[in-house]
Design a protein around this ligand. Sequence first.
Ligand SMILES: NC(=O)c1ccc[n+]([C@@H]2O[C@H](COP(=O)([O-])OP(=O)(O)OC[C@H]3O[C@@H](n4cnc5c(N)ncnc54)[C@H](O)[C@@H]3O)[C@@H](O)[C@H]2O)c1
Ligand SMILES: O=C(O)[C@H](O)COP(=O)(O)O
Length: 397
Amino acid sequence: MKALLLENIHPAAVEILEGRGYQVDLRAGSLSEDELIEALDSVSLVGIRSNTNVTERVLESAAGLEAIGCFCIGTNQVDLAAAAARGVPVFNAPYSNTRSVVELVIAEIIALARRLPEKTQRMHDGVWDKSAKGSHEVRGRTLGIVGYGNIGTQLSTVAEALGMDVVFYDTADRPAHGTARRLRTLKELLTTSDVVSLHVDGRPGNAGFFGAEEFGAMKSRSMFINASRGMVVDYDSLRDHLLSGHIAGAAIDVFPAEPKAQGDPFESALRGLDNVILTPHIGGSTQEAQEEIGWFVAEKLARFALEGSTALSVNVPAVLPQPLTPGHRLGLLHHNVPGVLAELNAAFAAAGDNVIDQHLSTKDQLGYVVADTSDPLSAAAVEQLRGAEYCIWARTW
Ligand SMILES: NC(=O)c1ccc[n+]([C@@H]2O[C@H](COP(=O)([O-])OP(=O)(O)OC[C@H]3O[C@@H](n4cnc5c(N)ncnc54)[C@H](O)[C@@H]3O)[C@@H](O)[C@H]2O)c1
Ligand SMILES: O=C(O)[C@H](O)COP(=O)(O)O
């Protein structure tokens, strides 16, 4: 049983997987498509972060791959549909680094409002420039949050505690937290906010979502923050608005193309601007978040591989079975067609197996059933189900 963990995943994950009998290959950087195909040979579990793309071609060639762990929030780097079609569940850590992102953004709001990037640069250049010009308190200023999900809502609460007025815009219905106000249009948010912070997800439809029109609509001398995904924003347009002085400052953590390994060169239209904070995608990179993510996702991978649990999977039906009695459990991932459960129960009945616990969950075109029997599973029943047209895989534990 081999597991491959890329992108500096926390050792907590290694401890969990090794403790469950896996031989773990832990690597620092991410891999290209071809490198990943080669590295996945005879690997059953793979762990990645935001910088490794698991494409349909990778999945096609990784015959032994059982599950994928995204040791982060975003799962846009994985072809989720292609993985689901091959019966490969994908897991992530939806909440573990939320707080870390919020704290970074709060720090950036204050740093930009006090012009810290320019001030510290001047001091390092040997220039004493004591002045209040262009520096503001954040108390009483309006923060506009675009994308009011797990991160957006927590940012809302913390910013409110600092005395900021919070407005938000989300394409989904999201209740307001505290005294935050929901705005009906993005335009309204842009024309109202002193700081605009993006927290949308990385769905393909969000590519290029924020560009010249949106920057143009922002208030004069407002500030812009993006810690969501790089492809969401047109950074050439942001540069134009920073150079014209229309946007007073920006903090950017994510980029359309990010270097694959430590020390690789970094290129961006925003380099060299002293009113811009640039960080290397570290929103979720705190010891606390990484350790939590390490055990959380490793646990999900192990519980799937060793017990059949798909709880919290983002692409296959979620089933959380009862504790395992070895030799008594069947897991059947199948195309979602009528009659599967009836056939499964008939096969067990014909073999004289009594089903004592059974869970079925469906999601789009897929169904997943986990059945526990009172006696050890009958091989005949399992083989019959394995041979059925609707079967994607049938595993026993
Ligand atoms: N910089 C980092 O290190 C870092 C760390 C964690 C997460 N992230 C990114 O932040 C994103 C958000 O995280 P989350 O946990 O809050 O996700 P989430 O899914 O809880 O929230 C995303 C919200 O954005 C909304 N949304 C999507 N597209 C939108 C659009 N075009 N306009 C308005 N609203 C839109 C959704 O309806 C949802 O409410 C993640 O998907 C990930 O890409 C980055
Ligand atoms: O999706 C996420 O959680 C963030 O983008 C962090 O990604 P990372 O683990 O690659 O830093």
